[in-house]
Design a protein. Structure first.
Length: 283
């Protein structure tokens, strides 16, 4: 029986939609689903516990990686899917992910579908550029809110370390030939409503990358995106130049904020900024 681990911190507004989409998956049979409510102050546990197929674990530690480790301890089967609580998988996503693992990949992720209908024009411009970045065409793990590992793939590391970017850490365990984005398996991700919300989210993303470079430099050989490849993406889409300007300025601005965030984590280890605009409105 394949396993699913879902870390959830104050996700009462979105966890129902996440689990409904997961349980409605086609062609995968029964799933062992564990939701790890970490440091929740809302009724995430009650919402998730209303699904009889779901096992709920609670911990007072508000840490995603601690929740991932608790989830790993409570399941024993493979393949194993790690899923963010605010993500909805399309109907045959899990089957396609697991099929790719059966064919020899060690780590796979779905292709993200960014829902920008409730976002400002600047946020939509940012995502128009982000979708063209080479990161999304280089066997990515990260950015889609989900990744699946085979038993051999999961054996590449022991416990999840205390890092901001768990998916970035996982991606760097594998060479590009060992991991892949499954283009016909899709996850749906609600995008931030405003630039302020986007900056909060991107600050966390940038801080996660900086933290990996600082604390796990030995893993960076698996990273293939280069400034030259980013430049080629821009030159290949000249009609999107204004979007790339928004994207570039956002990256520059959040780089500074990310450095401050890492300093803050030295004082408050489980500090976890996020965009809450996607969680206020029920999906």
């Amino acid at each position: 029986m394949p396993s699913v681990v879902i870390p959830a911190h104050d996700e009462a507004e979105v966890i129902h939609a996440c689990l409904t989409a997961l349980i409605g998956q086609e062609g995968v049979g029964d799933l062992e689903i564990v939701v790890v409510c970490n440091g929740c102050t809302d009724d995430t546990s009650a919402v998730a516990g209303a699904f009889e197929q779901v096992k709920v674990i609670t911990t007072g530690i508000a840490s995603k990686t601690a929740a991932l480790n608790l989830g790993d301890e409570s399941v024993s089967s493979y393949p194993r899917l790690y899923l963010d609580a605010d993500v909805r998988l399309e109907r045959d996503c899990v089957r396609r992910l697991f099929d790719s693992l059966d064919r020899g990949s060690l780590a796979v992720s779905p292709a993200p579908v960014f829902e920008t209908g409730g976002s400002s024009i600047l946020v939509r411009m940012f995502y128009a550029a982000w979708r063209r970045m080479p990161f999304y065409n280089e066997s990515m793990i990260g950015g889609s809110g989900a990744y699946a590992l085979s038993e051999t793939g999961r054996a590449r590391f022991e416990a999840f370390p205390d890092v901001i970017s768990d998916d970035g850490f996982v991606r760097l365990q594998f060479e590009s030939a060992e991991r892949m984005m499954v283009s016909d398996a899709r996850s749906r991700i609600r995008c931030p409503a405003s630039m302020r919300d986007l900056v909060r989210m991107m600050t966390r993303v940038r801080a996660g990358s900086l933290e990996l470079r600082r604390d796990h430099p030995n893993l960076l050989d698996a990273e293939e995106t280069t400034p030259r490849k980013r430049l080629m993406a821009v030159l290949g889409n000249p009609h999107l130049l204004p979007c790339f300007v928004v994207y570039g300025l956002t990256r520059v601005f959040t780089r500074t904020l990310a450095g401050r965030l890492l300093d803050s984590r030295k004082r408050e280890k489980h500090l976890w900024p996020r965009d809450d605009s996607t969680r206020v409105r029920k999906i």
